[in-house]
Structure formats: structure tokens, C-alpha cells
Design a binder for this molecule. Structure first.
Ligand code: NI
Length: 179
């Protein structure tokens, strides 16, 4: 029988993501895989509090959410390894860089809302983990924009998971001290 428990899925997926992201770093200089595992950690905690979504799908989305945006991997290759549902979710979480910068977030949120709630849940977890002390090189305008963007994400994706709705509101509130 194929071993398909969540631990096996997690390990297969994080190995894949670590290999694809290679030497990519977070703004604080740590390996990018730290960000991806932090998003997965938020997904696990949300599922523990309110298990009203599919954990297998959302964990794969958490670990793979930047693999199309930040690496050379193609949609087709991702789909071959992880299936259509995961690949479509990752695509919705990927900015369309052919659009004007100011429209990219709305466009991504529209595509996220067309799919199942797991995709929205990963977007919420991604922003929750990123609402920390801003990188030193960010100016005030960039910090303000990031804050407003977080408010928009929380509003538009509200109702997908009660626990995450509360958690992102708390993080937005505490981010106020940097704005
Ligand atoms: Ni991210």
C-alpha cells in the first residue's frame, strides 16, 4: 500500500521545495525553506484549532506556494509531480507579472477565491507569517503598502477559517507599531 500519511507528504514536499528554491534566501538572510516551513506550521495550527479543511492539500500548497513565482519550475512539471489541484492552487498563489504591479494582488485574490478554501487558507497563513518586524531596507511607504495589502487579504479571504480570521487580525493590529 502506498504510504500517504501527512508526515510522508510533508517530507516529500519539503524536500522538493528545498531543492527547487536552492540558494534562495529570506529577506533576513536565512534559507527560503524556513519561510515555507513557517507557513506549513501555521496551516497545522489552524487545522488543529478548526479542522474544517483538507490538511494534505493545504500542507502541499504551503510548502510549494512560491515554487512557480520564484523558481524556474514549470506548471506542467509541478502538475506531473503533485497533481492538478495542487498545481492550480500554486498558480493562483503566483503573481501574474504580465499585469501592472498595482493589479497583481487583486488578480491573485480573484483566482484564489475561484478555488477551494485550502488555497485561501495558505494565502492567509503566508501573510500571517510575514507580518513580522519589516526588513531594515524597507522604507515607510513600502511598510504602509504591505500593511494595507494585509488588510485587503484579511477582508477578501474572510470566512475561510475562523481561527485564521482572528489570527490575521491580531497580526495586522500588532503590525501597526511599524507603520
Ligand atoms: Ni510566501
Amino acid at each position: 500500500m502506498k504510504d500517504n500519511n501527512i508526515q510522508t507528504i510533508y517530507q516529500k514536499t519539503i524536500d522538493f521545495a528545498a531543492e527547487k528554491h536552492g540558494q534562495q534566501k529570506m529577506p533576513n538572510g536565512l534559507p527560503y525553506i524556513v519561510h515555507l516551513s513557517n507557513v506549513a506550521m501555521e496551516v497545522f495550527m489552524a487545522h488543529k484549532q478548526k479542522p474544517d479543511f483538507n490538511l494534505e492539500i493545504s500542507i502541499q500548497l504551503a510548502l510549494l506556494h512560491d515554487v512557480l513565482e520564484d523558481t524556474a519550475l514549470s506548471f506542467k512539471a509541478l502538475e506531473d509531480d503533485f497533481g492538478n489541484v495542487v498545481a492550480m492552487g500554486v498558480l493562483a498563489l503566483t503573481k501574474d507579472i504580465t499585469l501592472d504591479k498595482k493589479n497583481q494582488m487583486d488578480d491573485s485574490l480573484n483566482r484564489i477565491l475561484d478555488l477551494s478554501s485550502e488555497v485561501a487558507i495558505v494565502k492567509l497563513c503566508d501573510r500571517i507569517t510575514n507580518l513580522q518586524r519589516p526588513p531594515k531596507k524597507w522604507d515607510n511607504a513600502k511598510i504602509k503598502k504591505y500593511h494595507l495589502q494585509a488588510i485587503k487579504i484579511a477582508e477578501r479571504l474572510q470566512g475561510k477559517n475562523e481561527y485564521l480570521d482572528k489570527r490575521i487580525q491580531e497580526k495586522i493590529l500588532s503590525y501597526n507599531s511599524y507603520v
